[in-house]
Design a protein around this ligand. Structure first.
Ligand SMILES: C[S@@+](CC[C@H](N)C(=O)[O-])C[C@H]1O[C@@H](n2cnc3c(N)ncnc32)[C@H](O)[C@@H]1O
Length: 376
């Protein structure tokens, strides 16, 4: 008889790899799925607004993993190659890698690809903040506008991403960032005074040290919420969401912070998050609002209805207003809103007017923008 032992996958608190190329883990695969799903939806939308698009991978890695799985630069190139519709668009890729051997490995991997002329690739050996700092200095000097730019910032820990650089990036109109934020790693550094400056740089404020002192118990949540606030209030990102990745034992692995000024970009990123298939290996949740942490799970009709119901200030709303609220301020999408209103109508938590705001009759059980909802 053969016994199969279901091993706990090696999930968290992994040591930082020293090798040029290392083994991929499930959470990196998940991250790549999100990156891919987002750009897959976003590129076709952006291309109608600009004949040039930029992708910056600030911590690019060596291009491939030990089992030949693609690293983020190749994931994105591969995706762009599949988009025939991007043919007339200049695609600029900038890959930054501080480790020379990894940078050379990435060059080697890219050199064997057959890339069309409209793909422009720059592979830079250096530290993210310095390389980007120089690009931004140059941009400021020239006074030119930057084409729509997606910046993927994926460090191993939390060093090397000073808030001042994120702020400068976010102040540019069409820039958005996706940051792997390893707040759990900060715990290992707290208490050592010489790391204080690191932590201040990361958050862009000395206040962070006071917060650490005052909130020993829930440090993790407090720091995430503070980073979100900084991205909003200081860097001026209109939409900031963070998505927490935890292992099966409920231990945080990383958060993905997404910051954009574009409402549609925000929706597309949430769609990417909702579509992620985790095969039971981890928990993935939206923690943007600490009072309404949302696990990405199939049936969230009640969760969303409660959020809408608790936030509303009036009895009567056009669906359009509810949809805007759901899309801009929660982890959910329009399709969730419709299911949630359907559930509320079935359970008589709401009444729905027979006549829509445009004077026409409502079709039963449908929730287009002009339907009117009465909360009880
Ligand atoms: C988590 S790995 C990146 C993985 C890659 N983004 C992917 O998804 O396949 C982080 C990489 O950043 C590099 N690195 C570390 N510090 C850096 C810095 N300050 N600037 C640029 N790259 C850095 C490391 O050598 C490593 O290859």
């Amino acid at each position: 008889m053969v016994f199969t032992i279901f091993m706990q996958p090696k999930l968290t608190h992994m040591a930082i790899p020293k090798e040029v190329v290392w083994e991929i883990d499930p959470h990196t695969i998940a991250k790549h799925k999100i990156l891919k799903a987002y750009l897959d939806a976003w590129y076709p939308i952006l291309k109608s607004t600009s004949s040039r698009l930029n992708y910056i991978d600030g911590f690019s890695g060596p291009g491939k993993y030990l089992g030949s799985e693609l690293g983020s630069p190749l994931v994105v190139i591969d995706l762009a190659l599949k988009h025939q519709s991007l043919n007339g668009v200049e695609l600029n890729f900038i890959f930054v890698e501080e480790n020379l051997a990894r940078k050379e490995n990435l060059e080697k991997e890219i050199s064997v690809l057959k890339l069309p002329d409209h793909f422009k690739i720059g592979i830079v050996h250096g530290e993210f903040h310095e390389v980007i700092g120089k690009i931004l200095d140059e941009l400021e000097r020239s006074g030119e506008n930057l084409a729509p730019t997606f910046v993927f910032i994926d460090p191993f820990g939390f060093a090397g991403i000073p808030f001042s650089i994120i702020e400068r990036l976010m102040k540019i109109p069409r820039v958005e960032v996706l940051i792997t934020f390893m707040v759990n790693r900060i715990n290992q550094f707290i208490g050592d005074r010489k790391n204080n400056q690191h932590i201040i740089n990361l958050f862009g404020s000395e206040k962070v040290l006071e917060m650490l002192d005052e909130n020993r118990g829930n440090r993790y949540e407090v720091l995430r919420a503070f980073y979100q606030k900084q991205l909003h209030n200081v860097a001026g990102a209109k939409f900031v969401r963070y998505f927490g990745m935890k292992d099966v034992n409920d231990r945080p692995i990383y958060d993905l912070f997404f910051a954009t000024k574009h409402p549609l970009g925000h929706i597309k990123m949430k769609e990417a998050m909702w579509n992620i298939d985790n095969e039971g290996l981890f928990q993935f949740s939206d923690g943007t609002d600490q009072n309404q942490i949302v696990l990405f799970q199939p049936d969230s009709r009640k969760v969303l209805f409660d959020i809408i119901n608790e936030t509303r200030t009036k009895q009567r709303y056009e669906v359009k207003r509810i949809r805007k609220f759901v899309e801009d301020e929660t982890a959910f999408l329009e399709r969730h809103m419709k299911k949630s209103l359907e559930y509320a109508e079935e359970n008589k938590f709401i009444d729905v007017d027979l006549i829509k705001s445009n004077g026409q009759k409502r079709r039963g059980k449908t929730f287009p923008d002009d339907v009117i909802i009465n909360f009880k």
